[in-house]
Design a binder for this molecule. Structure first.
Ligand code: GLU
Length: 410
């Protein structure tokens, strides 16, 4: 699976439904800049190991590059390029003053000690700091990168540049300039989008939910749905899942995973493989892990009424078509998981102004923005008679178009 090919296919399909200028299309075919580096890290045993690191700066049409840094064994330049493209579309759809970028390191951080992860994180910043900064490129967390890692990165950046405003990285812990509400922002945002669309889709007040993934986003999403009276019947991590018809307590599941390293043996629940989990009967399926989970291979078996994409790129275009035909509503990633980058932007703004906003202010502002954009995407899909992904792309492209018009051609 080539994530960037998929991303480009999505773009082509959206353009076919809602045309853009040739100039903008040309600008969006390739990233403005992409850099691959080798990062030397002294391991705890004194040996030196080299890690491959990436930053793709896809588009600065609407502002500084913005997007997370992913630590994963499967991460490569192609994946990062796709993710950077999706950030471009996501920021444009949200209407925040940011372009799109993404970074990563090919590494399984579970194989490293905390001290090694810290040295690796600081090494990534040393490799890229001249390309970063509050008005240049602002990284954030993604898969396997935590608020603590963002603090190390932010501090390393301050040491190298003398810029101590903490505005070059977002998703930081509160203690080093993070924002209230950022930790919960992606899952809360997904829930706000869901709430805004629920009755339009025709779902009841209380739904049955399946969540794939137990990182910050998957865990947080399971919790917020349960807090609002929904039933989460299944959860999973990368090794496998658990199912309970009467519902799981996400806090208990998280605690168990922390203590036991996996969900194996979780009491009063059935063990199920990840592939099965996606095909369970439910109202809402939330992929909150990696790309390429719902494909032409399993799309016909998906029983959910709604797929709420909290991961980036979990559904392939072939699967999109099968689901659309079957009447399954896919709420696309660039809308459903935009809460993270929106609150990241609020964090950046607070850092630059030296302000600290309350959690309520942050989440109220986020809710208002996402309710508005969810409605816009829904209405656009009706107008274009197409799926929500094409509609979301169409809106994002319109905003990129506005931005590209300010560039005078010579
Ligand atoms: N990694 C998140 C995403 O994929 C957040 C990015 C950010 O906060 O800049 O949207």
């Amino acid at each position: 699976m080539n994530a960037f090919d998929e991303a480009q296919k999505q773009l082509d399909r959206a353009i076919a439904a809602s045309p853009i200028t040739e100039d903008l299309h040309k600008r969006l075919l390739k990233p403005e800049r992409e850099v691959t580096v080798s990062i030397p890290v002294t391991m705890d045993d004194g040996t030196l190991r080299m890690f491959e690191g990436y930053r793709v700066q896809y588009s600065s049409l609407r502002g500084p590059y913005k997007g997370g840094v992913r630590f994963h064994s499967q991460t490569d330049i192609n994946e990062v390029r796709a993710l950077a493209f999706w950030m471009t579309m996501k920021c444009a759809l949200a209407g925040i003053p940011m372009g799109g970028g993404k970074g990563g390191i090919t590494v399984d951080p579970r194989e490293l000690s905390a001290a090694e992860v810290e040295r690796l994180s600081r090494g990534w910043v040393r490799a890229f700091y001249t390309l970063l900064g509050p008005d240049q490129d602002i990284p954030a967390p993604d898969v396997n990168t935590t608020p603590e890692i963002m603090c190390w990165m932010s501090e390393e950046y301050a040491k190298l540049t003398g810029d101590t405003r903490n505005a070059a990285f977002t998703g930081k812990a509160l203690i080093c300039g993070g924002s209230e509400g950022r930790g919960a922002a992606t899952s809360a945002g997904g829930f706000y989008v869901f709430e805004a669309l629920r009755s339009r889709i025709g779902l009841p007040d209380k739904t049955v939910v399946v969540v794939q993934g137990m990182g910050n986003v998957g865990g947080g999403t399971a919790k917020i749905f349960v807090e609002h009276g929904h039933t989460v019947v299944a959860m999973s991590d990368s090794k496998g899942g658990i199912y309970s018809e009467s519902g799981l307590d996400p806090a208990e599941v998280e605690k168990y995973k922390k203590e036991n390293g996996s969900l194996k043996g979780f009491p009063n629940a059935e063990q199920i493989p990840n592939e099965k989990l996606l095909e369970l009967s439910c109202d809402v399926l939330v992929p909150a892990a990696l790309e390429n989970q719902i494909t032409k291979g399993n799309a016909k078996n998906i029983k959910a009424k709604v797929v709420l994409e909290l991961a980036n790129g979990p559904t392939t275009t072939e699967a999109d078509d099968i689901l659309f035909e079957r009447g399954v509503v896919v709420v696309p990633d660039i809308l459903a998981n935009a809460g993270g980058v929106v609150v990241s932007t609020y964090e950046w703004e607070q850092n630059l102004k030296n302000e600290h906003w309350s959690e309520k202010d942050v989440l109220d502002k986020l809710r208002e923005l996402l309710e508005r954009e969810a409605k816009n995407v829904w209405e656009r899909s009706k107008k274009l008679k197409t799926d929500l992904r094409r509609a979301a792309f169409a809106l994002a492209l319109e905003r990129l178009e506005e931005a590209s018009r300010q560039f005078i051609r010579r």
